[in-house]
Ligand binder design. Structure first.
Ligand code: DGJ
Length: 550
């Protein structure tokens, strides 16, 4: 693709200006985010909501016929939320003519199967490229300019540095949000919006089009400088270090303020993507202010060395090292989300919960390990929810996902009541890190990964790689523990002279929020008469009371 000569009218660089959208009258009880202790929760119909989601393949929501046989399988997989694409090209096939039939079909069918929806706005960008913009945008590079690489070659990626690009996208997204409000403003089938998909420049570490070169040589915008100064002590360490190394300047060009290098290119790109995406989100929120998030193609590190540098992964996406540029540039974006397709899940969760960012995982895996990650997201990281990618393939009640979500949906309300209050936590254990101990209340709780059952009655199970232990505190000595392929041990956290015993152990289920006990466990089912045993074939729930003796 070749960049056409840019006319001066095509590019109006005023991206620093604040969008002047009229605020639509907020409906009383629309889905929103709310603080709960130290956590941020998604509130739907007045109650905290844990997203047990999964994402459809990219093209699935372009045909309601294609989706029809999938819906019942999705519902049987115990999901409560489907993440589905809304594609700009299908929604605005001709400029100004909107076709919402797919959006309407999605909402109707989701309701029929008791599912909520998170809509993914595939607008200007999808995975660092521009392929979902309508043909009238794609084929008019004069009006809708694209990124250029170092040699001046045009890439199939709209540039952030064009008001024409931004305004066309914002206009369409606002129309979508207005339509959702009109259709769904009372029922709240749609609970959140993802704005764009895995943005950032792939290939060069920054846009080298003439207008981008000019912006890069120009001053760091005052809004960003002000943000850096105001948040100097709480900036993400990587960004702060670059600013510090260049002398904590309060003005100057991008290279003067952050030094030369691809890291600075990435900061520049992040600011410009944030301004653009934040503008689009604000235009949508002015019509209907649902919570909005962006998702991130992560740096792959040692897992894929060729995707370890900006440009190898999309440069300018909301990665941890440039989170502050996103926070400063896109205040309308509520959540910066990682798409975790790499093994070091806990590291990414820790990075994405910095500076109070709520954790929502829009894409990840849906196997046994994915289920363990879903438990950890909700229990350890106070997360809003989890969603593996590719429900088309994963949907089945007997799948790991279906079985895992069934148990997670039982204990979801208990988790939500305790998030942010220090009364719920989780650990992940596997063959490499088989033991993990945490304090909850006045007890230390240790999960020990064990592939072989100590319970003579436990079904023989295929080994799983990694499992979660979920610990929920009900009272000073009362806990609900959820686990699989593990034993769980207790110690006092307050008085080392005391030993801890199991007063009572029940296995059971929560049915409509009420505990329904099954077996009373003791003897061989409680190893060493002091620990819990969780069989390997699925997650099970035990409700216990502890006591102390000396
Ligand atoms: C990441 C993208 O965001 C998704 O849309 C999808 O293409 C997956 N990769 C495929 O694994």
């Amino acid at each position: 693709m070749k960049l056409s000569t840019l006319s001066s009218t095509a590019i109006l660089i005023s991206l620093a200006s604040t969008p002047a959208f009229s605020q639509a009258k907020p409906s009383t009880n629309i889905p929103h985010l709310e603080r709960h202790g130290t956590a941020t929760q998604l509130i739907v119909d007045g109650k905290p909501f844990l997203v047990l989601g999964a994402e459809l393949n990219n093209s699935s929501a372009s045909s309601m016929e294609y989706l029809r046989p999938l819906w019942s399988k999705i519902a049987a997989t115990n999901l409560n939320t489907v993440l589905a694409t809304v594609s700009w090209e299908l929604m605005e096939p001709e400029e100004g003519r909107f076709d919402f039939s797919l959006v309407d079909g999605l909402i109707q069918d989701a309701r029929r199967y008791n599912q909520r929806l998170i809509m993914l706005w595939f607008g200007s960008w999808k995975n660092g490229k521009s392929t979902y913009q309508p043909v009238w945008v794609k084929t008019n590079q004069q009006r809708f300019p694209i990124i250029q690489d170092e040699k001046g070659k045009g890439l199939a990626t709209l540039t952030t540095l064009s008001n024409a690009n931004r305004d066309a996208d914002a206009h369409a997204f606002a129309a979508l949000m207005k339509h959702i409000r009109e259709l769904d403003g009372d029922a709240h089938t749609v609970i959140m919006m993802q704005v764009e998909n895995e943005v950032g420049a792939l290939g060069p570490s920054r846009d080298h089009s003439p207008v981008a070169n000019q912006a890069f040589a120009g001053p760091v915008p005052k809004e960003f400088m002000d943000y850096l100064q105001k948040h100097k002590d709480t900036l993400i360490p990587e960004l702060r270090k670059r600013w510090e190394a260049a002398g904590f300047k309060t003005s100057g060009s991008w290279e003067e303020v952050f030094g030369a290098g691809v890291e600075t290119d990435e900061i520049f790109m992040a600011w410009n993507y944030a301004r653009y995406v934040g503008y689009v989100a604000a235009a949508g929120k002015a019509e209907y202010p649902l919570p909005m998030f962006v998702n991130t193609w992560l740096r792959q590190g040692k897992f894929k060395p060729n995707e370890d540098m900006p440009g190898g992964y999309p440069s300018g996406g909301p990665l941890p090292q440039v989170m502050d540029a996103w926070r400063a540039g896109a205040p309308a974006i509520d959540i910066l989300s990682p798409d975790v397709h790499v093994p070091n899940y806990q590291e990414w969760c820790a990075w994405y919960t910095q500076s109070g960012n709520p954790l929502f995982i829009p894409e990840s895996r849906g196997d046994a390990k994915g289920v363990a990650w879903a438990f950890a997201t909700a229990g350890k990281y106070d997360g809003i929810g989890y969603s593996p990618f590719g429900i088309d393939r994963l949907a089945s009640p007997d799948s790991e996902l279906g079985k895992g979500y069934q148990v997670l949906s039982q204990v979801g309300p208990l988790i939500l009541e305790r998030q942010g209050l220090g009364k719920v936590t989780a650990v992940l254990v596997d063959a490499d890190a088989p033991r993990s101990k945490v304090r909850l209340g006045d007890y230390m709780i240790e999960a020990r990964f064990a592939r072989r059952s100590q319970d003579p009655n436990a079904p023989i199970a295929a080994p799983v790689d990694q499992v979660a232990g979920l610990f929920i505190q009900l009272g000073p000595d009362d806990y609900v523990i959820v686990g699989r392929s593990m034993s769980v041990y207790f110690e006092t956290a307050t008085d080392a002279t005391e030993s801890v015993g199991l007063a009572t152990v029940e296995e059971g289920q929560y049915v409509d929020g009420r505990w329904v006990p099954g077996r009373r466990l003791n003897g061989d089912e409680t190893p060493e008469w002091k620990a819990l045993w969780f069989p390997g074939d699925r997650y099970t729930i035990q409700k216990i009371k502890l006591y102390r003796y000396r």
